[in-house]
Design a protein around this ligand. Structure first.
Ligand SMILES: Cc1ncc(C[n+]2csc(CCOP(=O)(O)OP(=O)(O)O)c2C)c(N)n1
Length: 330
């Protein structure tokens, strides 16, 4: 399934969210079993943002992600078996196992950068948008970052540059209120990034990050503006991180720190789950039946099962290629 605007009916929007959730649940399980090396940050709870935004983009458009990239990649149309192999550090991965979970990249779907250095992707996105403007190739760029990253200087420099140079760039702030265990309301003097975007002279929008249709509708209009007028905009999507900051036993222990209210979280998982909300909406409107819904979950389960098999079967990278593509070969 690709995100090339060809198949963005409501069932496809729902299916992509389900696939992300299924994929992330598998990552979480294998990380806990210590079969995945390095960090793995899952996107549970935030699926509607990636799906709503990427469904409005073309395959050729650039996306720039961060340390939590799996959902963005799936929404943009990555072949999930290659991403899973990458997460397992295998030769068959998108980046031949050298990047791992935080550095999944696939130029064939326009995913040119995801990085573990918080805030570092934002200026890269300015570069991508500038290249599109310079070459007049009709592409636009879109960067996903969290509220923790929003407190980095790179956002301000990039907002300034994008506004000043009028770049075809969409800033997507996934505001889950947390940076690891820090409540960003306690560390940031300004949490209204729409107001901040406006101060830099660009359009900004608050959106419910759990409502895929609302996000998709907004994304279509900002994408149109970016493509036709070549101007930037910012979307602040208010969302909820369902899992701990990252997967594995170490992060599960963070629950003991009681840095957030778990009773509220458990309630939100029930009433603010983007998949459940959309599924129920479609069931009520008659666009979805219980039978099709069941089939969607089974299909996602099957797809993820196959990609796990592919990842497990893929060989480890040869030691001899460890430094290949790292240094410029003269
Ligand atoms: C420059 C930098 N500072 C700190 C870290 C450690 N770190 C990794 S993820 C993270 C929190 C990021 O929060 P946010 O941007 O809101 O994204 P979220 O994890 O909520 O999706 C931090 C502080 C880092 N990787 N890079």
């Amino acid at each position: 399934m690709t995100s090339d605007n060809s198949n963005n009916d409501s069932i496809s929007l729902l299916y992509r969210m389900i696939l992300i959730r299924e994929f992330e649940n598998a990552v979480s399980k294998y990380k806990l079993n210590k079969m995945i090396y390095g960090s793995a940050h899952c996107y549970n709870g935030e699926e509607a943002i990636a799906v709503g935004i990427c469904s409005a983009l073309k395959k050729k458009d650039y996306i720039i992600s961060n340390h939590r990239p799996h959902g963005h990649a799936i929404a943009k149309g990555i072949e999930i078996k290659y991403m899973m192999a990458e997460i397992f550090g295998k030769e068959g991965g998108t980046n031949r196992g050298k990047g791992g979970s935080m550095h999944v990249n696939d130029a064939s779907i326009g995913m040119i950068a995801s990085t573990g250095i918080v805030g570092s992707g934002i200026p890269v996105a300015c570069g991508a948008a500038f290249s599109a403007k310079y070459k007049k190739d009709g592409k636009i760029a879109c960067v996903f970052f969290g509220d923790g990253a929003a407190n980095e200087g790179t956002l301000h420099e990039s907002l300034n540059l994008a506004a000043k140079w009028q770049l075809p760039l969409i800033f997507v702030l996934e505001d889950n209120g947390l940076a690891v265990t820090t409540n960003t309301r306690n560390t940031s003097a300004c949490n209204d990034y729409v107001a901040m975007a406006k101060a830099y002279g660009m359009a900004g929008y608050h959106v419910d990050g759990q409502d895929v249709e609302q996000i998709y509708t907004l994304a279509k209009s900002v994408v149109k503006i970016a493509r036709n007028n070549g101007t930037p905009s910012l979307i602040q999507a208010h969302t909820i991180r369902f899992n701990e900051h990252a997967e594995g036993g170490y992060y599960l222990k963070m629950r003991d720190k009681k840095y957030r209210d778990y009773r509220t979280l458990e309630n939100e998982k029930e009433i603010r789950c983007p998949i459940e909300l959309y599924k129920n909406k479609l069931l009520e409107s008659g666009k979805l039946t219980q039978e099709i819904n069941k089939k969607l979950f089974l299909k996602a389960e099957e797809e993820v099962k196959h990609c796990i098999e592919f990842a497990l079967d893929s060989p480890d990278p040869e030691k001899s290629i460890a430094y290949r593509n790292v240094f410029v070969e003269v």
